[in-house]
Design a protein around this ligand. Structure first.
Ligand code: FUB
Ligand code: ZN
Length: 678
């Protein structure tokens, strides 16, 4: 299979169009990093073997594919629920394309070809591609409006569908070298660029992603219109006609769509969390490609706001079910936490771009937090059961109707499963990055890669047992001796920092510090922007050993988060832990973790595909049989990594543990409209 690397097309764009500005740091393409590990590689294989085929199957069985067939012949009636259902096919093609680069699969490739043929036939002659209208233009989907684009600002999702089409097309082109989907995307993008812009139609897209997609098309083609239109869509925000500056209601003031004030003036993450994450990613792209300082300022401020006031301890964002949106500062309720899986994915895209802009490890710390916790919790170990929302707490009494105590194979609005399908195979692309003679090591995953440093091949082999163990080994082999900086991320959690802000902190500091050896001898290094910078003339076979202390840590929240007062969360390495009913006699909401509690670690290969569990003898609340008395008894409690919960049926789960009886919430009834768990 032909593989085309991002760097080649970037180079082409630079040479052809003289474009100079870009991210100062360049990512290392995911195809260059061959994973050999026991954590990510099995997940990515399950994604290839189970998730992607299951998603395609659901796209067929629910009528999503049929919508394209009907659009081709302009007969029938749009037969699924949402006007963005086309995107499930695009996202699965994107995931499958990434995956094909890792696991060549003729059958999957051929199937994608048949889908692309159907997509092409559904495209109107001028490039318009949107089955909810094309099937029967006189009777479009109720959200679509009678005229093209007239409801884009609201909910038609025409440009959202376009954005996912572009993302899929670019992935497919890179993976296969085929231009079939790319040509469809370019035709659509040309239409979009001809319709929207100064002196043309004005709109702030109702659901962002078209901006990121256009930037990717720009990178491939170097065509300025794509970049200009992406920038234009960002600049269109903040001119919402219904804007009511006094209203705190995100529906009335435009904030749900991040359209309340111009992006350059935005300082707070607001509104629908997935929309926000895609917007902030695109703003980073535009900041990098234009060098415009106002965009740097805006996303830096928004990032600080999220990380210091709006992020759950497992990296989740978008706390509020109504509107799937960010809450106010410090509004992070546990019983009703929404935390859409797509929001975590959008934030991975955003944090990665922030790292490429600034070269600071704090962005990768946050990315790692989301990746290992609140993102992969969205997919079951079987690869075919998903969470749309990622709960922070499930109690045996009642839970909010928006909270999911158990996973589902698909949803009417199935954005999350197909988003997971595209994110997972791209994980190898987050391991390394480069800037001139600096090689950044961001993620610790067993892998082999060959990079080009100063025009010479340098191979790096990673060997570790991460995230279970903090011992990391890197074998660095330049073809011949070469001097460069190996910059290894020293995670915040290994330096007594729970998150790069004061929102969460470790209850007590640990003495042990990360250590680094080169060829067996303690290494000299500087810390720059969170990276240990090892500068030397590297020789073939040089071995770097890093030891990251992996004590079990108690995490406390700033008192401003009312819901976490008097409670602790548990973290070890990058993993946040939870207690689940299945390991604790059917309950978890009755567990106390007093200040002096300590945990033992135990690797259990047979549990949840192999996990390190934490064990401790802890007081557990017991309610007397007559229901009029309570007492505590000491029991051995087991905590599992948060990402692995809900793989053994529905029941209680807790992330934030009360430290004393006075902070335990024995039978919360705070929410109406709940569902009864068995
Ligand atoms: O609107 C398209 C997708 O559906 C959003 O990103 C999700 O939050 C869901 O509402
Ligand atoms: Zn989603």
């Amino acid at each position: 299979m032909k593989k085309i690397f991002v760097s080649i097309s970037l180079l082409a764009a630079t040479v052809l169009y003289g474009q100079k500005k870009d991210y100062p740091i360049q990512g290392v393409n995911f195809t260059q990093v061959k994973l050999t590990d026991n954590f990510w590689l099995p997940k990515i294989k399950v994604n290839h073997q189970v998730t992607i085929p299951a998603s395609f199957e659901r796209c067929e069985s629910t009528g999503r594919v049929k919508n394209f067939e009907m659009a081709a012949t302009k007969t029938g009636k749009f037969c699924t629920i949402f006007p963005f259902d086309d995107t499930d096919i695009y996202k699965t093609i994107e995931g499958a394309s990434f995956s094909l680069s890792l696991f060549p699969d003729k059958k999957m490739e051929t199937y994608i070809d048949t889908l692309i043929t159907k997509i092409g036939k559904a495209q109107e002659p001028d490039g318009y591609l949107y089955t909810p209208r094309t099937i029967d233009p006189k009777n479009p989907h109720a959200w679509s409006g009678l005229k093209r684009w007239e409801k884009e600002r609201d909910n038609s999702h025409e440009l959202y569908n376009a954005g996912h089409l572009y993302e899929a097309a670019v992935a497919h082109y890179y993976a296969t070298g085929k231009k079939t989907l790319l040509n469809i995307a370019l035709k659509n993008a040309d239409l979009v660029c001809s319709v929207f812009g100064p002196g043309k139609l004005h709109v702030a897209p109702g659901h962002e992603i078209v901006e990121m997609g256009l930037v990717k098309l720009y990178r491939i083609t170097g065509k300025p219109a794509y970049l200009q239109t992406a920038q234009y869509f960002i600049e269109e925000r903040g001119h919402y006609k219904g804007y009511d500056a006094k209203s705190k209601d995100v529906w009335k003031n435009g904030a749900y769509w991040q359209d309340h004030i111009p992006v350059a003036q935005q300082t707070e993450a607001i509104g629908h969390a997935v929309r926000a994450g895609y917007l902030y990613s695109a703003v980073a792209d535009i900041a990098a490609l234009t060098g415009d300082q106002k965009y740097y300022n805006a996303i830096d401020k928004i990032w600080n706001n999220v990380v210091s006031k709006k992020m759950y301890v497992q990296g989740g964002t978008g706390a509020i079910p109504s509107g799937e949106r960010y809450g106010d500062n410090y509004e992070l309720p546990n019983t009703t936490a929404y935390n859409e899986t797509c929001a975590a994915i959008a934030n991975v895209y955003w944090n990665y771009r922030m790292f490429l802009l600034h070269g600071d490890s704090k962005y990768m710390d946050v990315l790692e937090k989301m990746l290992y916790n609140g993102l992969i919790s969205g997919v079951g170990l079987d690869g075919k059961s998903f969470f749309y929302t990622n709960a922070m707490e499930i109690k045996n009494s009642f839970t909010h109707s928006a909270m999911e105590p158990s996973r589902s194979g698909w949803f009417d609005c199935s954005c999350c499963p197909t988003n997971v399908a595209r994110l997972l195979p791209s994980v190898p692309g987050y391991v390394y990055a480069q800037k001139e003679n600096n090689v950044f090591v961001n993620l610790f995953i067993n892998s082999n890669t060959t990079l080009t440093v100063r025009n010479k091949p340098v191979s790096i082999i990673q060997e570790n047992n991460y995230p279970w163990d903090g011992a990391l080994k890197f074998t660095v082999s330049p073809k011949s001796t070469e001097t460069f900086n190996l910059q290894i991320r020293i995670p915040g959690w290994a330096k007594n920092e729970a998150i790069p802000s004061n929102l969460y902190s470790f209850a007590s500091a640990v003495e042990s510090k990360p250590t680094i050896k080169v060829n067996g001898t303690a290494a000299e290094y500087n810390i720059e922007k969170g990276y240990a910078v090892l500068n030397r003339a590297w020789k073939t076979g040089d071995v770097v050993e890093v030891m990251l202390p992996m004590e079990v840590r108690k995490v406390v929240a700033l008192d401003s988060i009312k819901n976490d007062i008097g409670k602790v969360a548990i973290q070890r390495g990058p993993l946040v832990y939870c207690a689940e009913w299945a390991d604790n006699d059917g309950r978890a909401a009755n567990i106390l973790v007093p200040a002096n509690a300590s945990f033992e670690t135990e690797y259990n290969a047979g549990l949840l595909n192999g996990v390190t569990v934490l064990k401790s003898k802890l007081p557990v609340i017991k309610i007397g049989e007559n229901g009029t008395s309570i007492s505590t008894e000491n029991k051995t409690v087991t905590a599992i990594p948060y990402y692995a919960w809900a793989n053994r049926g529905a029941g209680e789960m807790v992330v934030w543990f009360p430290t004393q009886i006075k902070t335990i919430d024995i039978f919360p009834r705070e929410v109406s409209g709940g569902i009864q768990l068995k």
